[in-house]
Design a protein around this ligand. Structure first.
Ligand code: BG6
Length: 467
């Protein structure tokens, strides 16, 4: 039997595969999105065989699958999973992988690099020994590279083997339902479209708080930190979609060009401005986490103030904050409008991305009764409170793996965007350490160090309460 959709996952025994990829693939199988004749080859070093791996994966799928778990369906799905034991850092082992593919008549490849970026290069070198791999597609997990220099080298190497059009750089935030919804909310509603600029919008906040710490990922995280782990990719992507001009054409290129213009207009930090642009923090106890350097100064929290120096956004501050162990799990994009006159509350539009998916709008009314007082009230639309919507909304990884299989590139990050974001973030980091600004400690369960308020107070703003 010729296998026509073969997905090989490098890093098949890692957290991402168990927690996100296999549950997504299971749901794709359940909903008919995984072509019948598919095979999933799991590559790992650990001592599994097909049966023991399928068994180990079962509890993760059961725990993390979006749709209710069904033992029978899992049985059907798991027959597509094959475990292939190898050390993917050993170039000598790829000839055998090539033989394995040929013996199993595997012709069409989709490779998923679910590994740390330092392994991308060796896997690409190894795949040169696998016949037909250059005609396959490759999905790369973020972060892409460890800094701009390593990302550039890596990009050249990958493009030389696969060609630019077959590389899919995944940013799973671009697969989230409400991130996809930002465009619709902006451009399908004149009540927002026409006021989406600095004349009417006073400030914007993008907040991505997590209650968990680094858990088992201390090794990766300690070399990365919140800026590289969350801001450089996920949160700058959200910012660019929030702030871009309406794409001239609804094509992947139209969207990417509009986003790129935002990155090109980001005001660069300098020695003077850095302390008003960035505050870093670390939760107490982080240095005792497994695989973390006991003297680590890696940030687990970052708050930024950014300006987009173009006509639309001149003078409107954008605030971003993200952190681990902040006592809440919430991702929101908040747009705070200018007050029509003093003494009233601003209109606030909040696009709730996670865990609630919805839209919240605060506006002013007259207090009911015999008074002319103006008071704020709200409309709060929860999209995923509706079970049907919940069941019909694919999880980010399902959506993006399906898009890659179908060759739809719109919602993947492009190299030029990544390059701009690396540049921006690296400069911030360098200036911050050059000026010896502190990484402030914060108590787990609190929303980061109090110093992050400083970034907003200068403009008379404050972080919106979550909830
Ligand atoms: C990942 C980061 O990209 O996103 C993690 O590496 C973070 O550190 C995760 O926890 C958050 O994703 P989500 O989908 O749970 O918001």
């Amino acid at each position: 039997m010729i296998i026509d959709t073969n997905l090989t996952i490098f890093g098949g025994t890692g957290d991402l595969t168990f927690r996100k990829l296999l549950p997504a693939l299971y749901t794709m199988d359940l909903t008919g999105k995984l072509p019948g004749n598919s095979r999933i080859v799991i590559i790992g070093r650990r001592d599994f065989d097909n049966d023991s791996y399928r068994q180990a994966a079962r509890e993760w799928v059961e725990k993390n699958s979006r749709l209710p778990f069904q033992a029978e369906s899992y049985g059907h799905f798991s027959e597509k999973i094959y475990y292939y034991r190898m050390n993917f850092s050993e170039l000598g082992e790829y000839e055998a992988l090539d033989r394995y593919y040929r013996q199993n008549e595997i012709r069409s490849h989709l490779f998923y690099f679910a590994v740390a970026p330092r392994f991308f290069s060796v896997i690409t070198k190894g795949l040169k020994m696998v016949g037909g791999s250059e005609e396959g597609k490759v999905i790369l997990e973020k972060p892409f590279g460890e800094n701009l220099a390593s990302a550039t080298v890596l990009n050249k190497e990958l493009e030389a083997h696969f060609g630019a059009e077959r590389i899919y750089r995944i940013d799973h935030y671009l697969g989230k339902e409400m991130v996809r919804n930002i465009q619709a909310i902006r451009f399908a509603n004149p009540i927002f479209t026409d006021v989406w600029n600095s004349r009417y919008i006073e400030s914007v906040q993008i907040s991505a708080l997590e209650d968990m710490g680094v858990e088992t990922r201390g090794g990766y995280y300690d070399a990365s930190g919140a800026l590289k782990d969350m801001v450089q990719n996920h949160l700058l992507q959200i910012l660019s979609i929030m702030a871009m001009e309406e794409p001239k054409e609804m094509t992947p290129k139209g969207l990417h060009d509009a986003q790129l213009d935002v990155f090109d207009s980001l005001r660069q930090a300098d020695e003077e401005s850095i302390q008003d642009m960035l505050v870093l923090g670390q939760y107490e106890g982080y240095q005792k986490e497994p695989l973390v350097n006991p003297r680590s100064q890696t940030e687990t929290f970052a708050a930024l103030q950014l300006f987009i120096d173009n006509k639309r956004w001149k003078g409107t501050p954008f605030y971003i904050r993200t952190g681990k162990k902040t006592g809440t799990r919430e991702i929101e994009l908040s747009v705070i409008f200018r007050r029509p006159y003093s003494g009233v509350e601003p209109n606030v539009l909040i696009i709730k991305i996670q865990p609630t998916e919805g839209v919240y709008l605060q506006f002013n009314i007259k207090r009911p009764g015999d008074t002319d007082d103006i008071i704020p009230t709200k409309m709060d639309f929860c999209q995923n409170c509706n079970l049907v919507h919940q069941l019909n909304t694919p999880e980010a990884y399902e959506r993006l793996i399906t898009a890659c299989m179908e060759g739809e590139r719109s919602w993947f990050s492009q190299w030029d965007q990544i390059e701009r974001c690396w540049n921006y973030i690296s400069r911030l980091k360098e200036l911050y350490s050059h000026k010896a600004l502190p990484v402030y400690p914060y108590t787990p369960g609190t929303p980061g160090p109090g110093e992050s308020d400083r970034l907003l107070e200068k403009h008379g703003h404050h972080w919106l309460n979550q909830g």
